[in-house]
Ligand binder design. Sequence first.
Ligand code: PPE
Length: 310
Amino acid sequence: MKPADLIWMNGDFVPWDEAKVHVLTHGLHYGTGVFEGVRCYDTEIGPAVFRHADHVDRLYKSAELYYMPIPYEPEQIRQATLELIGRNGLRSCYIRPLVFRGYGQMGLFPLDAPVDVCIATWEWGAYLGEEGKRDGVRAKVSSWERISPASLIPAAKACGQYLNSILAKIESHKAGYEEAILLDHNGYVCEGTGENIYLVRDGKIHTPSMTNSILDGINRRAAIQIATDLGYEVVERNIDRSELYLSDEIFVTGTAAELTPIREVDDHAVGTGKPGPVTRAVQDAFEDALHGRTERYRDWLDPVPITAKV
Ligand code: PPE
């Protein structure tokens, strides 16, 4: 990874190499943290953070679900992020706010441990590769089931919960695929390791619903809005594994992955094996929205005030 100059840590801008924690940090032992993945784009109106307020809201919601009071106001986190991007002199970057139980208390009762907050930014290219975004990636249905709401909180973006995605990701890579698709505890299609999923059948877009243990993706909301505005019908419903093999097109969305087509699932070509027309249409409009090329979605962008790099 390419380091930036500064990281925001508990209210201060500290040099990248000095943003450190103690080895007895609670979150390191028990996964007691929540985070966000956000992106800033070099848009038509200058550097701007995509759907910033939605990400900040979800960070606070995730923290609340794990009884972690964030010792800052949401607006302070938003402003700190904008200032950090400016001071790091970045025009486009990935943004990682992290809230975690810090040092001072061990054991499973975490409520006496401090809550630490940091925000990092770095340049992060296409998550599933530029080629993946263009031509699609190969995916495998994972043998690991997505965390169920009986054990954890699928709607929370919590650190420990990602061990589930990590097992699926490693399994898919070792088997020679680029991404894994997890099924939910009822055997229905859920999502990728870090992306929401959509199938195109007979010109309609189908996607799992909140009752399928998905993360309520912010790009999912954007993609649904864009697809609807383009005139596509979007249906949220239970999807069987076999439908993955019968789809004309499949694509995924996420902050890191943006909109990436899936060209193969379990060695079955999806449709023609090339990204189809619906995927392309939604992807093009989505990329335009991210880069501020569409007036209609400009209010999804939070402009970064430009400051001289210090
Ligand atoms: N599901 C999961 C499990 C998930 O982690 C993400 C984002 C999504 C769906 C899509 O959510 P959204 O970004 O709000 O549209 N995954 C983040 C973490 C990736 C990582 O490797 O770290 C991301 O894309 O930033």
